[in-house]
Design a protein around this ligand. Structure first.
Ligand SMILES: Cc1ncc(COP(=O)(O)O)c(C=O)c1O
Length: 416
C-alpha cells in the first residue's frame, strides 16, 4: 500500500482552511455508531417510528408517476410545490411566509453556510449564543468570522448582555454581520427564548439595523407549554432571516431544509447555492411533496412528540436518581436536548474519554458549543434516539464516571 505523505499537500491549501474545524458531533459520529456504546450524544431523530409502508407507498408513487422529473435537475430555489409545503409548515408555527421568499436548501445546515458565505468577510463579527449549535461553528470558522458569544440562561440569550455587546461594537465603529439565534428548544442548551426577549431582540434589530438569523429546526417539537411566536413573525422591518429543516419533523436523510429572507438577500443566497450545489435534490423534494399530498404530515410529528416526551421524562427521572446533587440541568419543554452543568473543576472532554472507555457511554462535551473551547464543565445529553431503559442505563453509567472524578478531585485536594 502507498504510504501517504500528508506534508506533500501543505502548500496547496487555501489560507482560509487554517480556520476550518470539525464539529464535535461529527467527530463523535463514528463512536455513536458503535453497537457496544450507549449514545446520548447524537441529536438524531427517531426515524424508526416512520412507517416503512408509508415510505414504500410514496417512493413507489414518485417513481411510477414521474421518474424522469424526479431524476432530473430542478430550480435552484426548489420546486414551487415544495415551497408551498414549507409555507404550510410555517403556518403551523403561526408564521406567514411568501413562497417567493423561500429557497429550499440541502438541509438546514446549508442555510447557515449560505448566510455566512454571503454576508461574512474575514474578521467580520457574528454574534451567537454561548453555547451555540456546535454544527454552526465550522461554518463560521470556515469564513473566518470573529464570533462573539453572549451567555444564555433559562430564558435564552441574555438580552441585557446582547444589547451591551451591540452598543460596545457600535462605539468601536463595528456592527455584527448577523446575530445567530436558536430560539426554540436550543441545541445544545434545551431552553426557549422568552417572549419578552424575542420582542426586545426584534426592537434591538430595528434600532441598530441588524440582521437576525433565526435557526428554528425544533419549533414543532413542543411537548407542553405555550407556542411562542417566531422572531420572523414579530419582525415588521425585514431584519430576520429564517432557517429551518425537514430533518426533525420528517427525516434528516432526505437532506432538505429552507431559508426565508427578504428578496435582495435571497437573490444572493440563490447565487451562493448555485455555486455550492446547483439545486436541492429533486428526488427528495418529489418524495416530500408526495408525502404532503397523501398524508397529514402533522400526524407523524404528533406521533414522534409522544415518543420524545416519554424519553425526556425518563432522562429527567434518571438524572434525578443518579446524578450528584452538585449537578444541575435544564428541563426542556420540547426538542431533543438536556444541558447539564457540573462543578467547574470537571472537564467533560476528559469525562467523555473515560465514559467511552470504562462505561461504554457517550455524550457531547460542552466545549463543542463555544468557538474558544470554554464551557468545559457542561455536557449535552440527547434523549431523542434511545429507548427509555437504555437512557436510564446510560445516565447511571455517566453518573458513575462523574462521581469517580469528583471523588478523585476531593482526594487530591484533601492531600494538598
Ligand atoms: C440548530 C440546528 N441548526 C441546523 C441543524 C442542521 O439541520 P440539517 O440536519 O437539516 O442540516 C441542526 C441539526 O441538528 C440544528 O440542531
Amino acid at each position: 500500500m502507498t504510504r501517504i505523505d500528508f506534508d506533500k499537500y501543505e502548500d496547496f491549501y487555501a489560507k482560509r482552511t487554517e480556520g476550518m474545524r470539525s464539529s464535535v458531533m461529527r467527530d463523535l459520529m463514528a463512536i455513536i455508531a458503535r453497537p457496544d456504546i450507549i449514545s446520548l450524544a447524537g441529536g438524531l431523530p427517531n426515524t424508526e417510528s416512520f412507517p416503512a409502508k408509508t415510505l414504500a407507498e410514496i417512493t413507489k408513487a414518485v417513481s411510477v408517476n414521474g421518474t424522469a422529473a424526479a431524476l432530473q435537475y430542478g430550480p435552484t430555489e426548489g420546486f414551487e410545490e415544495t415551497r408551498n409545503n414549507i409555507v404550510e409548515v410555517m403556518a403551523q408555527e403561526n408564521t406567514v411566509a411568501d413562497p417567493d421568499n423561500i429557497i429550499v436548501t440541502t438541509g438546514g445546515q446549508q442555510g447557515i453556510d449560505l448566510v455566512t458565505r454571503v454576508l461574512v468577510d474575514p474578521g467580520d463579527v457574528i454574534i451567537a449564543e454561548a453555547p451555540t449549535y456546535p454544527g454552526a461553528i465550522p461554518s463560521f470558522c470556515s469564513f473566518e468570522a470573529d464570533v462573539i458569544q453572549v451567555p444564555l440562561d433559562n430564558d435564552g440569550i441574555r438580552t441585557d448582555l446582547l444589547t451591551q455587546e451591540v452598543e460596545k461594537l457600535a462605539k468601536a465603529g463595528r456592527k455584527p454581520k448577523f446575530i445567530y439565534l436558536i430560539p426554540d428548544f436550543h441545541n445544545p442548551a434545551g431552553v426557549c427564548l422568552s417572549l419578552e426577549r424575542r420582542v426586545e431582540i426584534v426592537e434591538l434589530a430595528k434600532k441598530h439595523e441588524l440582521i437576525i438569523v433565526e435557526d428554528n429546526p425544533y419549533a414543532q417539537l413542543r411537548f407542553e407549554g405555550q407556542h411562542l411566536p417566531t422572531l420572523y413573525s414579530l419582525d415588521q422591518d425585514l431584519n430576520v432571516i429564517y432557517l429551518s429543516t425537514f430533518s426533525k419533523i420528517l427525516s434528516p436523510g432526505i437532506r432538505l431544509g429552507w431559508m426565508v429572507a427578504p428578496s435582495p438577500l435571497l437573490a444572493k443566497f440563490n447565487l451562493g447555492k448555485q455555486a455550492a450545489d446547483l439545486c436541492p435534490s429533486t428526488l427528495a423534494q418529489k418524495i416530500v411533496n408526495q408525502y404532503f399530498r397523501e398524508f397529514r404530515w402533522q400526524d407523524y410529528v404528533e406521533e414522534v412528540i409522544k415518543v420524545y416526551r416519554t424519553r425526556r421524562d425518563a432522562m429527567l427521572a434518571a438524572l434525578e436518581e443518579f446524578f450528584p446533587e452538585e449537578a444541575s440541568w435544564t428541563h426542556p419543554q420540547g426538542g431533543f436536548y438536556i444541558w447539564v452543568t457540573l462543578p467547574d473543576y470537571l472537564d467533560t472532554a476528559d469525562l467523555l474519554a473515560l465514559a467511552i472507555e470504562e462505561q461504554k457511554v457517550a455524550f457531547v462535551p460542552g466545549s463543542g458549543g463555544w468557538v474558544d473551547g470554554s464551557g468545559a464543565n457542561h455536557m449535552r445529553l440527547s434523549f431523542s434516539a434511545v429507548p427509555e431503559d437504555v437512557i436510564t442505563e446510560g445516565i447511571e453509567r455517566i453518573a458513575k464516571v462523574i462521581r469517580e472524578q469528583m471523588d478523585l478531585y476531593r482526594a487530591l485536594r484533601g492531600s494538598e
